[in-house]
Design a binder for this molecule. Structure first.
Ligand SMILES: *Cc1c(COP(=O)(O)O)cnc(C)c1O
Length: 849
């Protein structure tokens, strides 16, 4: 039917319920227990069928249900309560006087995916959910943040298994009429659209707005009649399609996204690029700065990176997007005129130093280059990210590479069970979910009665079991499973049995096979008469990852064995909805990555806030979260070259811990019903996670360490017609031209060793600075303990002072060394520019003895 005309009919909501419509159009509801309940109670069955989407549910609910609740005073009182919270948490104006971002300053948060709720399919996994949690926390904390992403029509693939257990993928199209989105409008109230140029013509995109509490999330969409089919494809699917499509997506997100913000009248004060996918945003921002402030590229280069945050999420080079230069060149060619440099120079910002103009463009390298604030997502990952970036800073030592870490966190009210939320409300106070919590408040979790916490947990477990059975029944029915299997699905899993969950992507490094490495031993645990365990698996394999798919198939085959089939389940299509039930109802959350491949991992945090105990390799966040009071660790954080050997050692350790520690602890129920030691660990786990691993803590860290200093810096850089930025650019030019003349003579000690602890001696070095003056540079002694005869272990730098101006650009520098700890030490001297991080570690501006 080619000339089909369509229209949508929405229910005629009675006047007294008009708030429901407002509420359904702001995703704030999805982290408010009371608001979810309000929607659900209109018609629970339709609510469930709609997948918890109030707009979809609204169109299925017959008019009569609305008429009924409109007369129900208990419903109206409930609605009033939610309305008041909405007004105070979302609509009430925020007093921003004296605020570092000013009245109208914004932080733009760019991400390829956003996982906010299961009904909005804009995410694939952990990265997206993290971004969603970032927005939710920013809303709770009234941060002036806006999100920027893409509106995918088909999103990420949905998983189902064929009868043999082999993963299949499908991409159902989202009905966008059921999404709470509106066309974005500029300050004058006009709808806006953006376009970016590509090798196959212009890419036009509509700009939508989705409201996440106080935070607007803008989404670009190329599915427009004016675009040819291959351009409409750009925002069809997430992480699918070839390299060229991927470049087009990232160009659209970065360049198109930044353009959209300027058109909307909200040029960002700070740009936060969540993973390298959005690194192109910095290029468009440079161009916008150049024309807005009438400055040159060099000056803009002093501003943009100083107000950009780049967060990297992957610990392996293969995880970075790297594109052939020829593929990126035509997309960036149009920037030549606006930036005033050749496209090859622009490309070089994303290429390895010295690799040549046709070398591949790395979005990671571009991100590092364009941001002064760079971070990994856990302490260990920060270290790994520094190690991975040595080629970008070849002249400095690994520990000095300017990449820090902000450990990820989870949005507690999105992931907490309703039972636990009620307990928190009682014990932590009614506003526990609004701010980062301090330990004196969170410690009140100790006051919760053991029996009550245990009962709350049992409720979650029973809901989890019901959900698994329901999903499995649906999944079996779809593949026409035999009757016996359908019956199994109705009775799979049992309340009260120690429940282990392994739910995560089936990437090889996550090692789902570790738990199955000794099937007989595992079977014995599962079938134990007195201390049985049951296991739930869930997770998707990347469509091209055959090894991952094999793993799923092996698990499914194992789960079918007659002896274990009631106690082992694989639930298809791991998503936010299933994840929520799993992290609330499991007893043990299992994680067996190959260290250090797990950058952070957040599912374990979601489990921990619910009192689910983690059993994990010491990797990612668990290196920071683990203590013997709140969970178990497998190994001591070893890394191995021989992977087969590592698997053997670690799977044995896993079995031993399960048999000797986890199972006995769980089944030790003296006197009452609750296992005392276990419940104590549950409380410890909840406290640890809520204090240290909430997204409120995470966003507060970003705000304090990056957003506020960057906002303050922006103001000083731009004052007086960008005088400081211009001066910095001039200074950098001066440093670049004079730097090659710097020369350091070998430093000398004024006393000969050996020294005793407590001795002092002076180190002197003659440094030739040429025309540069001592206030422009830092002359530092770099010293530390020796690792081997000629290699220094970790070291640190200390400033040396001018002792004597010897004329003609020669200076004698000196500093005193205090012999504090015994050992063998080494030292050397270097010169770097004086200034902030942006100039201090500029490649090419460093001279060692
Ligand atoms: C939390 C979450 C993830 C990420 O968790 P990891 O610990 O990194 O595996 C992935 N998928 C879903 C659906 C989640 O809820």
């Amino acid at each position: 039917m080619s000339h089909l005309q369509t229209f949508q009919i929405y229910p005629d909501i009675p006047e007294s319920l008009s708030f429901l419509e407002d509420l359904s159009r702001n995703l704030w509801w999805c982290w408010q227990r009371d608001a979810i309940e309000l929607f659900r109670r209109i018609n629970p069955q339709v609510w469930r069928q709609s997948g918890g989407n109030p707009i979809a549910a609204g169109t299925y609910i017959s008019q009569e249900y609305f008429e009924n609740v409109a007369k129900d005073d208990s419903f109206l009182a409930h609605q009033q309560r939610v309305k008041e919270s909405f007004e105070s948490q979302v609509l009430a104006p925020v007093d921003r006087s004296g605020y570092p971002f000013g009245e109208h300053g914004t932080i733009a948060y760019f991400s390829m995916e956003f996982g906010i709720h299961e009904s909005i399919p804009l995410f694939a996994g952990g990265l997206g959910i993290l971004a969603g949690d970032h927005l939710k926390a920013a809303s709770d904390m009234s941060l002036p943040l806006v999100g920027m992403g893409l509106l995918y029509r088909d999103g990420y693939f949905r998983q189902f298994l064929d009868p043999e257990g082999w993963q299949q993928e499908e991409y159902p199209t989202t009905n966008i009429h059921y999404l709470p989105i509106n066309k974005a409008r500029d300050q004058a109230g006009n709808k806006i659209s953006v376009s970016v140029s590509g090798p196959d013509g212009d890419i036009h995109a509509a700009v939508w707005q989705l409201r996440v509490g106080r935070i607007p999330l803008y989404l670009l969409d190329t599915n427009l009649p004016e675009n040819p089919p291959q351009i409409r494809e750009i925002t069809a699917r997430l992480y699918a399609g070839d390299e060229k499509l991927r470049v087009a997506q990232e160009i659209l997100l970065g360049i198109g996204g930044m353009r959209a913000l300027y058109l909307l009248g909200i040029p960002p004060m700070i740009c936060h690029m969540n993973e390298g996918h959005s690194s192109f945003a910095a290029l468009e921002r440079l161009a916008q700065m150049i024309s807005t402030y009438n400055i040159d590229l060099k000056t803009a280069m002093e501003i943009v990176p100083r107000t950009t945050v780049f967060t990297t999420h992957t610990p392996v080079p293969a995880g970075h997007d790297v594109f052939p230069a020829d593929l990126v060149r035509p997309f960036l060619k149009p920037l030549e005129g606006r930036l005033g440099v050749s496209v090859d120079e622009i490309l070089s910002w994303g290429q390895e130093p010295g690799a040549g103009k046709d070398s591949p463009v790395s979005m990671f390298v571009l991100g590092l280059h364009m941001a002064q604030y760079r971070n990994g997502v856990s302490e260990l990952h920060g270290k790994v990210a520094r190690r991975m970036s040595f080629h970008v800073w070849p002249e400095i030592r690994e520990e000095e590479i300017p990449i820090t870490h902000v450990t990820n966190g989870v949005h507690v009210s999105s992931w907490i069970s309703q039972e636990n939320a009620l307990l928190f409300e009682r014990f932590l106070g009614p506003k526990w979910h609004r701010y980062p919590l301090t330990s004196d408040i969170v410690n009140r979790i100790d006051e919760i009665y053991d029996e009550e916490l245990w009962r709350a947990h049992q409720m979650c477990q029973s809901r989890l079991i019901r959900t698994c059975r329901m999903l499995m029944l649906k999944q079996y029915a779809r593949r026409n499973a035999p009757r016996a299997m359908m019956e199994d699905a109705e009775t799979v899993l049992e309340q009260g049995i120690l429940t282990i969950v392994f739910a995560r992507r089936f990437a090889t490094y996550k090692r789902a096979h570790l738990l199955l490495s000794e099937p007989e031993r595992l079977e014995a645990m599962i079938r134990s008469k007195t201390h049985p365990v049951q296991i739930i698996f869930a997770g998707k394999a990347h469509p091209k990852d055959h090894q991952g798919k094999d793993l799923i198939k092996n698990i499914v085959q194992f789960a079918r064995k007659l002896e274990v089939r009631h106690r082992v389940a694989f639930v298809e299509d791991y998503d936010i909805h299933l994840a929520r039930h799993l992290v609330q109802g499991a007893d043990v959350w299992l994680n067996t990555p190959r260290r250090p491949h797990e950058a952070c991992g957040t599912s374990g945090m979601k489990a921990a806030i619910n009192g689910v105990l983690n059993l994990s390799i010491l990797d990612g966040w668990w290196c920071e979260g683990y203590s013997s009071e709140s969970g178990w660790r497998i190994g001591n954080g070893e890394e191995y070259d021989d992977h087969a050997y590592q698997d053997a050692v670690e799977s044995r350790a896993l079995y031993n811990i399960l048999e000797n520690e986890v199972i006995p602890c769980f089944y030790e129920k003296k006197g009452g019903n609750a296992p005392t030691q276990w419940v104590k660990m549950m409380k410890s786990s909840m406290k640890m996670a809520i204090i240290n691993f909430s997204s409120h803590r995470m966003v507060a860290d970003y705000e304090r360490q990056f957003y506020i200093p960057a906002a303050e810096r922006l103001k000083t850089l731009l004052e007086n017609d960008a005088a400081e930025a211009r001066a910095l650019a001039a200074q950098r030019r001066r440093l670049r031209s004079l730097w090659p003349h710097i020369h350091i003579n070998p430093p000398t000690k004024d006393k000969h060793g050996p020294f005793r602890v407590g001795n002092l001696f002076n180190v002197r070095a003659e440094v030739y600075l040429g025309e540069l003056l001592p206030h422009e540079v830092l002359v530092e002694i770099y010293y530390g303990i020796m690792k081997s005869i000629d290699e220094m272990g970790s070291g640190s730098a200390r400033e040396m002072n001018v002792k004597e101006d010897r004329g003609n650009g020669n200076y004698l520098y000196e500093c005193t060394i205090n012999c504090e700890l015994s050992g063998r030490y080494g030292f050397t001297v270097r010169v770097i520019p004086r200034g902030d991080d942006r100039i201090r570690f500029a490649p090419g501006l460093i001279t060692w003895t």
